[in-house]
Design a protein around this ligand. Structure first.
Ligand code: ATP
Length: 515
């Protein structure tokens, strides 16, 4: 744990040092839970967006994208349930004065028990070697069984309390489990209270209840209210999807852990409209598509796990999270929800407008069901950054810090390095850049020794360095050096476009996603 907190601290300081992420309003000592993306961070963020956007829209004939506004009619949030039910159950520790989400405290407690199970399994795996049968071990080992049943019973109690909105029961569970404040170690807890997460503001010049509007807490509702606009204008046929990337705002009380939990953040959401009754088929389809999208980045298959929801949101009939192994442990990165026709029906009721689809094949109208995939862009950024950040000891015992960012997402795709600042070499670097700049973000770096320049590019995750030397003038050849293997090869300048496309082009990354 200690070590992981250190890793997060290191990532935060690396991000600031190299221009990935700055605290917001830094010169005023920052503003809690808000961050600014710097010159490299915004490139990486844009590339993650593009990877998602292309995978959703370009790769699927039946998915289109929109960009809805942040402000929406106030009735939207009444209809969606956010005014009445978008609450977090909060509890304060009386000694440390720290505030926690009651459900998160319990989930962290469960995770501790889960770790015990994993430890037991790892030990047994070592002992039994090849012949180890994990499934059998889980079914028979008394320690594992005892802990698994403990988890089951806590989850059951928590689910009951959350579903019944039983705040006293939730507090009692924390007391019964003897959960202590991670900061003070004290078990003195206040009552649990509900807290609405939406930011409200006023529209126009007259203050008062009638002019109150909200900053959207999710992008999804902009898609629901546009469902028929898109369907009709795009002549879409069910099943079809609408994708969107945009800002969302939540007044998170417990806003820690860097960009994992922010008050202003970005979501990438896709609502897929299907024939009622077919939703489970599409739920499974999108679970596997999203898994493929993540694993295709090569951050490591063991970095992901699925987690079925304990408490289903009021609108869902199936829901799971894709969790990622962040420096703070496994946490939610993306949610996949089967939302039934809840949202469209609610909007029909509150707006008085029909939101039914006429199905020409079935010759009837119906309100479609919805499968939603919803991922936090900033969390995805943290996933990429934290899994890529490595300290390495090289063969000659020297050290390097390298960001092994998936090549297609790297902020700078290639650095062009003239060996010396004279003899016409910088001019050749310019010529190479002028050929490649239409496709790729490049950096020409003239300062310091080549070794230092390589280290600098490693630290910002540049996949390829191209070195121009005196031979280049005679034979049009350059040395290219790969970030991950540090292998170098001599190639012709004319080969660069193909090499770059193969190593880090969109086609290379996206072609693995075709079904
Ligand atoms: P959590 O349980 O962590 O609060 P959530 O279940 O409320 O998240 P959703 O409403 O399902 O989250 O939102 C979809 C996605 O948006 C999440 O999977 C997450 O990646 C992202 N997200 C939600 N809240 C935040 C936040 N405060 N900061 C950054 N990303 C967020």
């Amino acid at each position: 744990m200690e070590q992981n907190q250190d890793k997060l601290k290191e990532i935060i300081s690396h991000s600031k040092e190299y221009g990935f992420i700055f605290p917001s309003s830094d010169i005023y000592d920052g503003l809690a839970a808000t961050y600014d993306y710097g010159q490299l961070g915004s490139e990486l963020k844009n590339n993650i967006k593009q990877y998602w956007w292309k995978a959703m829209t370009q790769m699927h004939q039946n998915i289109v994208g929109i960009d809805a506004s942040i402000f929406m009619h106030p009735k939207t949030w009444k209809a969606s349930g956010h005014v009445d039910a978008f609450n977090d159950p909060l509890i304060d520790n009386k000694d440390s004065k720290k505030r926690y989400r009651a459900d998160v405290l319990i989930e962290e407690y469960i995770e501790k028990i889960n770790k015990k199970i994993i430890k037991e399994i790892t030990k047994a795996k070592k002992r039994f070697g090849e012949t180890f049968d994990e499934e059998q071990f889980r079914k028979t080992n008394p320690n594992v069984l005892r802990n698994a049943s403990k988890i089951e019973s806590i989850e059951k109690s928590m689910k009951e309390a959350l579903n019944a909105n039983d705040l006293k029961g939730l507090r009692q569970l924390i007391v019964d489990l003897e959960i202590a404040c991670p900061l003070s170690g004290s078990r003195e807890w206040t009552e649990v209270r509900q807290f609405n997460l939406m930011f409200a503001t006023e529209i126009g010049s007259v203050a008062g209840e009638s002019s109150k509007i909200y900053l959207r807490p999710e992008t999804a509702q902009g898609i629901f209210v546009n469902f028929l606009n898109v369907q009709k204008s795009g002549r879409m046929k069910i099943p079809f999807g609408i994708a969107q990337i945009g800002k969302a705002f939540r007044n998170e009380i417990i806003a820690r852990q860097f960009i994992f939990r922010m008050r202003e953040f970005e979501q990438m959401e896709m609502q897929f409209f299907v024939l009622p009754g077919e939703e489970m088929k599409w739920y499974d389809y999108w679970k596997s598509m999203r898994e493929k999208w993540h694993k295709n980045l090569g951050l490591g298959d063991t970095m992901y796990r699925f987690h079925d929801h304990i408490k289903m949101a009021h609108y869902a009939n199936a829901a799971c999270d894709i969790e990622f192994d962040f420096p703070m442990g496994f946490k939610e990165l993306e949610g996949i929800h089967s939302r039934t026709d809840f949202d469209l029906k609610q909007h029909e009721e509150h707006s008085g407008k029909k939101l039914a689809y006429f199905d020409p094949e079935l010759n009837k109208s119906y309100v479609p069901y919805v499968i939603e995939t919803s991922i936090g862009l900033d969390r995805m950024f943290l996933a990429v950054l934290s899994a890529s950040f490595k300290h390495e000891i090289l063969d000659d015992q020297s050290k390097r810090v390298v960001l092994r960012i998936p090549p297609a997402l790297a902020p700078i795709k290639a650095a062009i390095l003239p060996l010396v600042k004279k003899d016409g070499l910088p001019e050749i670097a310019d010529e190479i850049a002028n050929q490649l700049k239409f496709e790729y973000n490049l950096q020409i770096d003239l300062k310091d020794s080549i070794g230092k320049r390589y280290r600098r590019q490693d630290a910002i995750g540049t996949p390829i360095c191209i070195t121009v030397d005196h031979d280049t003038k005679n034979d049009q050849s350059v040395t290219i050096r790969y970030r991950d293997t540090m292998k170098q090869e001599r190639i012709q300048i004319s080969e660069l476009p193909n090499i770059l496309e193969g190593h880090l082009g969109w086609k290379t990354l996206l072609s693995n996603l075709t079904e």
